[in-house]
Design a protein around this ligand. Structure first.
Ligand code: HPA
Ligand code: ZN
Length: 326
C-alpha cells in the first residue's frame, strides 16, 4: 500500500522515547543472565504475556521492574545501541531520547555509568547510521522536588551531554506545579524543557507545564482537547505535542485507536508529532505507530508529510541542521 511506503521512506525525527522503554524482552533476559539477576518470569513469552495494562501505573510497575537488569555501562550501551539500530530501519534521522536517572541511582548505579553507556552508544550510532540525537534527563514526578534537585546537582558535571530535561512517571495527583523551583533552576542552566502532561492528568496540568515550568514541548497532551482556550494557545504559540498512539491504546488513554485525537489536533493547526514512547512494551516502533494510525483513522498522504515535517520542526536540532533536514 502506498501510505505504508510513504511512512517507510519519509525522513523523520523521534521526540518521545524512553530508552528504558526500548528494552525488548530478549535483551532483558540476556542482561539478567549476564548480571545474574532473577526475573519473575519463566521466559520471554511469559514476560510478554504480562504486557497488558489498564492504566499508566500498571505499566510503570513493570517498566521499573524491567530496569533492574540495567547495571553496567555495557548494559546501557547495549540498550541504547539496539534502539538506534532499530530506528535506522524506520528512516529516523534524528532522535531525542529520555532516560530516567533516578530509577537507576536508586539501585546504586551511578550517573557516570549510565551516561557513559548511553552516550557512547549514541555517538557510535551517529557514526554508523548517520542519526543525530539529543539526550533528555527526565525527573520522576512521583518522587519529591527535593530528590529531583539533588539529582540535578549530581548531573551538573555532565550538562555538556544533556540537551534538556523532562518530567515523567505517574501523572495523577502529581501536578507540574510541584516542580516549579526545579524547572526554574533547569531553565537558568540553559536546559530545554519538555513535560509529560495531559496523558492521564487534566488540561490544567498542561497549562501548569506551560506557565509554571516554561515547557517548550508537551509530551502526550491528549487531554488538551478538553480545553478550547488551551488548543488556541498551543496552536498560536507553536507548542509541539509529542503524541504516542500505540502507547495511548495500550494504557487505555483512548478506548480505541479510531478515537485518537491526533488528526483533529493536526487539523486545528497544532504541531503534533508521532512517537513510540516505550516501544518494547507497547508493540511497535515509530513507523508501527504511523501505520496504526493509517489502519484506524482516515489518514491521507498530506497528513503523513505534515506529521514527519512537524517532527523535524519540533526537534531541538540546531537551526542549520534543521534547515538541512527540512
Ligand atoms: N508516561 C509517563 N511516564 C513514563 C511513560 C509514559 O508514557 N513512559 C515511561 N515513563
Ligand atoms: Zn513518555
Amino acid at each position: 500500500q502506498s501510505l505504508t511506503h510513504l511512512i517507510q521512506q519519509l525522513p523523520k525525527a523521534e521526540l518521545h522515547l524512553h530508552l528504558e522503554g526500548s528494552l525488548e524482552p530478549e535483551l532483558m533476559f540476556k542482561l539478567a543472565r549476564r548480571n545474574q539477576i532473577q526475573l519473575p518470569y519463566a521466559d520471554e513469552a511469559a514476560l510478554h504475556q504480562a504486557y497488558q495494562f489498564n492504566n499508566l501505573q500498571e505499566f510503570l510497575d513493570l517498566y521499573y521492574q524491567g530496569t533492574s537488569v540495567l547495571n553496567t555501562e555495557e548494559d546501557f550501551y547495549d540498550l541504547t545501541f539496539a534502539y538506534m539500530k532499530r530506528i535506522h530501519a524506520d528512516q529516523v534521522i534524528h532522535t531525542e531520547v529520555f532516560f530516567d536517572p533516578q530509577a537507576h541511582l536508586a539501585r546504586g548505579v551511578s550517573l557516570e555509568t549510565q551516561l557513559r553507556g548511553i552516550t557512547h552508544a549514541l555517538a557510535e550510532a551517529r557514526h554508523q547510521f548517520n542519526i543525530s540525537y539529543r539526550l533528555i534527563l527526565s525527573f520522576l514526578r512521583h518522587l519529591s522536588e527535593e530528590e529531583a534537585l539533588n539529582t540535578l546537582e549530581q548531573a551538573l558535571p555532565y550538562l555538556d551531554q544533556i540537551a534538556g530535561v523532562g518530567l515523567d512517571s505517574s501523572e495523577r495527583g502529581q501536578p507540574p506545579e510541584k516542580f516549579t523551583r526545579l524547572f526554574a533552576r533547569c531553565h537558568a542552566l540553559g536546559l530545554k524543557v519538555t513535560i509529560h502532561a495531559g496523558e492521564e492528568g487534566p488540561a490544567e496540568y498542561v497549562w501548569q507545564a506551560l506557565k509554571l515550568l516554561n515547557a517548550e514541548r508537551i509530551d502526550h497532551g491528549n487531554r488538551a482537547l478538553e480545553d478550547a482556550e488551551l488548543l488556541i494557545y498551543l496552536a498560536q504559540q507553536g507548542i509541539p505535542l509529542t503524541m504516542c498512539p500505540l502507547s495511548n491504546q495500550k494504557l487505555c488513554v483512548v478506548p480505541e485507536l479510531d478515537q485518537h485525537p491526533i488528526l483533529q489536533l493536526l487539523e486545528k493547526g497544532l504541531c503534533v508529532t508521532v512517537n513510540s514512547d516505550d516501544p518494547a512494551y507497547f508493540g511497535g516502533y515509530i513507523n508501527d505507530n504511523f501505520q496504526a494510525l493509517v489502519n484506524h483513522l482516515p489518514v491521507l498522504p498530506h497528513h503523513i508529510y505534515q506529521l514527519c515535517r512537524n517532527s523535524l520542526i519540533a526537534s531541538w536540532m540546531d537551526p542549520s541542521e534543521k534547515q538541512q533536514a527540512l
